[in-house]
Write a protein that binds this ligand. Structure first.
Ligand code: C2E
Ligand code: MG
Ligand code: MG
Length: 550
């Protein structure tokens, strides 16, 4: 009866022979093969090495299909009943992966006759998929889980009823200096070595640890625990990985890392908020001295919230061009007592907060593209205002060091000079001395481009950063502005007066002008003049005033 129907099937569908998938038809009572097409012979031939008996693919009719399955009785139970079909399974035999589909063959009136197996060897496909999955989820340099996988695992915990874990951010201190000094290859070697050290940390019984590389020198750890004690123990283990120096070009280099921690649920339950709050704690750790661990706190979260509010209000003020205004403070030549330049200082009067100091909002603007909006506003207004000055004094404009190296500063300066028809030689750009100035090629390249346009550059707040005196000669500065703290303390502390004198001498030798900032009294004025400064700025010569008062 079955064979009758099978002949019928074969007659009706000779396409089976030609099908590009392996087809096997079995006898339903004793599960032996009654038909297999050429593709099935090929598939079985490909995998015959995995069976512990010889298979002749041309002689398989009458063979039991039990050998395909590690659990033949389960397979038989499925094939027996029409209701179980179709049945799909991925079968792994001897390192090979087969995609198995079993469907029912029925007669024209719908009665179940037997089952047909289609088989596909998907071993290579599965391996390729695995590789792709690995590439998409793991960092290629360190083989640690990447940002995407980390956030996926964190979200899984967020979705659970019991929300318990901690996020630990680890950031190598001063890593950009290593990269710039020794090159990126050496930087990569350190990252790899550090990852291997991280991998050596093992979780205690009942705990789990997942380390991930987010990019650059930033690593994250997802830890199953959320008690300050447990997290402190793990954080200290991470910090202690730095007790051994790193090998860099045959030298031993000591490094350190700062660590920021956010606990779930205390510091947030969603992955975005937890990672953001761990980042806040990291910034605090870096501020309070490197190589430290800092936990997120209500205070830190409130301050961050306040910064978000300020940043929103500042953006609105910049877009609507309201609330912000400029004042100008004279810079005086100490020989002639003439005003040779005026420094532009931005003022923000917010209806709800009153006057907000630039010392508060400029650092907030620096954390986003707001700094570009702010600098663009100030630069254009300053050039327009200075175009009206009778005395042709220079106008100096503060540009944040963070704005350098973003490829936006030079086009901005060029377009403002063109729009306002302002002569570049009357424009001075002030850049504050920071540690990055020493090392960033991008910053240097912008400085040289500005000089190329004819704009002057002043090094602001000199003495507060870390620029090395020997490197200053490589920078295209026209002026060095000594920070006001030296002038303020010069009367009581002779060493401050000595620094002013030394910088003035350095300036003369390098052919750059030296400005003393924060000159408030006649005594300050006499002192900075005697020490050899070329220019002075401070309340003694004039407070910052609006353009109409100039
Ligand atoms: P800065 O560039 O060093 O500016 C000098 C600061 O010292 C100004 O404070 C000025 O008002 C103040 N000052 C001037 N003379 C004296 C004095 O004799 N005694 C004392 N005690 N202070 C004096 P301000 O306006 O609060 O600005 C603070 C800082 O904010 C500036 O320091 C500058 O770094 C930044 N800033 C100001 N305006 C802008 C701007 O338009 N863009 C950018 N990017 N930064 C700005
Ligand atoms: Mg300045
Ligand atoms: Mg200054």
């Amino acid at each position: 009866m079955i064979l009758e129907y099978f002949d019928y099937i074969r007659k009706e569908s000779s396409v089976l022979d030609l099908m590009p998938v392996s087809v096997i038809i079995i006898e339903p009572k004793n599960f032996t093969i009654i038909y297999l097409n050429d593709e099935a012979k090929k598939t079985i031939n490909d995998i015959k090495h995995v069976f512990d008996f010889d298979i002749d693919v041309n002689n398989l009719i009458g063979f039991s299909i039990d050998f395909f399955h590690k659990n033949p009785s389960f397979q038989r139970s499925i094939l027996k009943k029409y209701e179980n079909l179709p049945h799909c399974a991925i079968v792994n035999i001897g390192g090979q992966t087969l995609d198995l589909k079993i469907s029912a063959i029925t007669d024209p009136s719908g009665h179940y006759i037997t089952s047909m197996l289609t088989l596909e060897n998907i071993t290579d496909e599965v391996a390729a998929k695995k590789k792709l999955h690995h590439m998409a989820n793991y960092d290629s340099l360190t083989d640690l889980p990447n940002r995407g996988l980390f956030l996926e695992k964190l979200s899984e915990i967020s979705d659970q009823e019991v929300k318990k874990c901690s996020v630990i951010i680890i950031d190598l201190d001063g890593f950009s200096i290593i990269n710039d000094t020794y090159g990126h290859q050496e930087g990569d070697n350190i990252i790899k070595e550090f990852s291997n050290r991280l991998k050596s940390i093992e979780a205690e019984d009942g705990q789990s640890i997942l380390f991930s590389r987010f990019g650059g020198d930033e690593f994250l750890c997802l830890f199953s625990e959320n008690s300050v004690d447990d997290v402190s123990i793990l954080s200290n283990k991470i910090i202690s990985l730095f007790s051994k120096p790193f090998d860099v070009v045959n030298q031993k280099v000591s490094l350190n890392a700062s660590v920021g921690v956010a606990l779930m649920p205390d510091h947030g339950t969603s992955s975005d908020i937890l990672v953001g709050n761990a980042d806040l704690a990291l910034l605090e750790a870096k501020k309070t001295g490197k190589g430290r661990v800092c936990f997120c706190s209500d205070d830190l979260m409130n301050q961050a919230w306040e910064r978000v509010k300020i940043s929103k209000k500042l953006r609105a003020a910049l877009i609507e061009k309201q609330e912000l205004s400029l004042v100008f403070q004279p810079i005086v030549d100490l020989k002639s007592n003439r005003v040779v330049a005026r420094e532009t200082l931005v003022r923000w009067n917010n209806p709800l907060r009153g006057w907000v100091s630039p010392a508060e909002f400029v650092p907030i603007a620096e954390q986003s593209d707001l700094i570009e909006l702010l600098d663009s506003f100030v630069l254009e207004q300053a050039c327009r205002a200075a175009s009206l000055w009778q005395d042709q004094a220079h106008v100096s404009v503060n540009i944040s060091a963070r704005h350098f190296g973003r490829n936006t500063l030079i086009p901005l300066v060029e377009s403002v000079l063109e729009k306002t028809c302002f002569p570049p030689e009357r424009l001075e750009i002030e850049i504050t001395e920071t540690a990055e100035l020493n090392i960033l090629d991008r910053v240097l390249s912008d400085l040289y481009s500005l000089r190329g346009i004819g704009v002057h550059i002043s090094l602001d707040d000199f003495g507060t950063g870390h620029s090395s005196l020997s490197q200053i000669k490589n920078f295209p500065f026209s002026k060095i502005k000594i920070d006001s703290s030296f002038v303020r303390n010069a009367i009581d502390q002779p060493e401050c007066a000595a620094v002013i004198g030394a910088v003035a001498t350095l300036g003369r030798r390098l052919g750059v002008r030296v400005v003393a900032e924060g000159v408030e009294t006649e005594v300050h004025h006499a002192l900075v003049k005697a020490e050899g400064c070329s220019e002075g700025q401070g309340y003694f010569y004039g407070k910052p005033v609006g353009n109409r008062e100039i």
